[in-house]
Design a protein around this ligand. Structure first.
Ligand SMILES: Nc1ncnc2c1ncn2[C@@H]1O[C@H](COP(=O)(O)OP(=O)(O)OP(=O)(O)O)[C@@H](O)[C@H]1O
Ligand code: SF4
Ligand SMILES: [Mg+2]
Length: 388
């Protein structure tokens, strides 16, 4: 949409609103269309993956224009692995996870392109032996109710906003059991809730079961949230900044608990954080996002021992180190992320990059596979990868 300087004219504003209404109606009508199972199920690319996100685009139709929050994101979450998603504020980490849960704030927020394949393990296989999964981007809301909270659960940053202050912890945990297992008796639901509280390391589970959220400490509340996420025996736990609101010692305990539970339950975790230290400690694989795109992905070893993208290198440099000179100011990447409404048709990191070459003036780099596990989206590596 054309803009005069930094301001929108009334005419432009009206045009944006008309465009938004048209788009929102279109995508909402698409969602309401009845779909057959064949229309929202797809073969997985690799049976070892639990989630395959493929060229996902999620945007928000705002009064200032269309915000491309997730702009062609692709990555996999393998079964029984922890995948860390890292990137600075506003790069689209939460919107990616909300797209997986089909919880993007509609009608403004819409998944407009791409697939999110979820290997639930209950749809059989194709003739050539590939698992059939749900394409969450197309799955009807009623079907999604069954998947969400049971197969895929989410732990949010601030447990107080996710727990209802007027109900006891026990009531809220039992409710989750009743939803996922409608035939369950009240006694069995209580026993299951108490077992979950024990599992997350709460020493007096009966007491906590009868408590209200405000009676617990921040760390306890986060443990309760994890217990709630475990009630349905999930295949994927999405943890969006699960420890940012906690102090460092409790943070370490919660991370340890998550890692331990992931191993015991055999589930996968998508761990979203700003904190590279947390990722280094926890993740098997790492996805680095910048301005709505994935700019580098690989194993934790690839990203921490051989970071390639100038942004990932900058992120590593801005991490406080135990042996760094206390008189030296901490490194910060200069400049700002481009406006998500008017993204340039070239590398989004260009205005902040100190390694620019002539080619960087061209269109957005295509992304290259530099090893079996390591992928990067930067002109500096295109030739090397092509030469291989
Ligand atoms: N409801 C919304 N309406 C309009 N824009 C939104 C909405 N939610 C998110 N966005 C925009 O989408 C982009 C990505 O947001 P997102 O919340 O995914 O960032 P993030 O990487 O999770 O950041 P943080 O680390 O601060 O949580 C941002 O530019 C944000 O302003
Ligand atoms: S493509 Fe060019 S501008 Fe972009 S990160 Fe790589 S070197 Fe920097
Ligand atoms: Mg977020």
């Amino acid at each position: 949409m054309k803009q005069k300087g930094n301001y929108l004219s009334v005419k432009d504003s009206r045009a944006i609103i008309r465009y938004n209404i048209k788009q929102m109606k279109h995508y909402e009508a698409e969602k309401r269309k009845p779909r057959t199972l064949a229309e929202y199920t797809v073969p997985m690319r690799d049976n070892r993956n639990l989630i395959e996100i493929d060229s996902l685009k999620t945007c928000f139709f705002t009064d200032n224009g269309t915000v491309m929050s997730v702009n062609g994101v692709s990555f996999d979450i393998p079964k029984c692995k922890i995948v860390g998603v890292v990137g600075e504020s506003g790069c689209g980490k939460s919107v990616t996870s909300l797209s997986i849960m089909q919880l993007v704030q509609a009608p403004q927020g819409q998944v407009i392109e791409g697939q999110i394949r979820f290997n639930a393990g209950d749809l059989g296989q194709t003739e050539d032996g590939r698992d059939i999964g749900y394409d969450i981007a197309k799955t009807p809301t009623a079907e999604m109710y069954r998947i969400r909270g049971k197969d895929i659960t989410m732990i949010f940053q601030e447990p107080m906003t996710s727990l209802n202050p007027v109900f006891t912890i026990g009531y809220q945990l039992d409710e989750a059991s009743f939803i996922h297992n409608p035939g369950i008796s009240a006694e069995d639901a209580k026993a299951h809730s108490i077992e979950m509280l024990k599992k997350v390391g709460i020493s007096m589970p009966e007491h906590t079961y009868a408590s209200y959220p405000h009676e617990l400490s921040g760390g306890m509340r986060q443990r309760v949230m994890i217990a709630m996420a475990l009630v349905g025996d999930p295949k994927l736990i999405i943890a969006d900044e699960p420890t940012t609101a906690l102090d460092v010692t409790i943070q370490a305990q919660i991370l340890e608990l998550l890692k331990d539970l992931q191993k015991k339950q055999g589930c996968s975790i998508m761990l979203i954080t700003h904190d590279l230290g947390v990722i280094a400690e926890m993740a098997d694989e790492v996805v680095v996002m910048y301005a709505g795109r994935v700019i580098e992905k690989g194993t934790a070893h690839d990203i921490f021992h051989n970071p390639l993208h100038p942004y990932t290198i900058g992120l590593q440099k801005s991490k406080p180190m135990i042996n760094s000179d206390v008189n030296e100011p901490l490194y910060s990447i200069p400049g700002q992320v481009p406006n998500p409404i008017n993204l340039p048709n070239s590398c989004y990191f260009k205005s902040r990059c100190s390694k620019c070459v002539e080619k960087c003036e061209g269109e957005y780099p295509r992304g290259v596979q530099v090893s079996d596990t390591h992928w990067v989206c930067c002109y500096l590596y295109e030739e090397k990868a092509d030469a291989k």
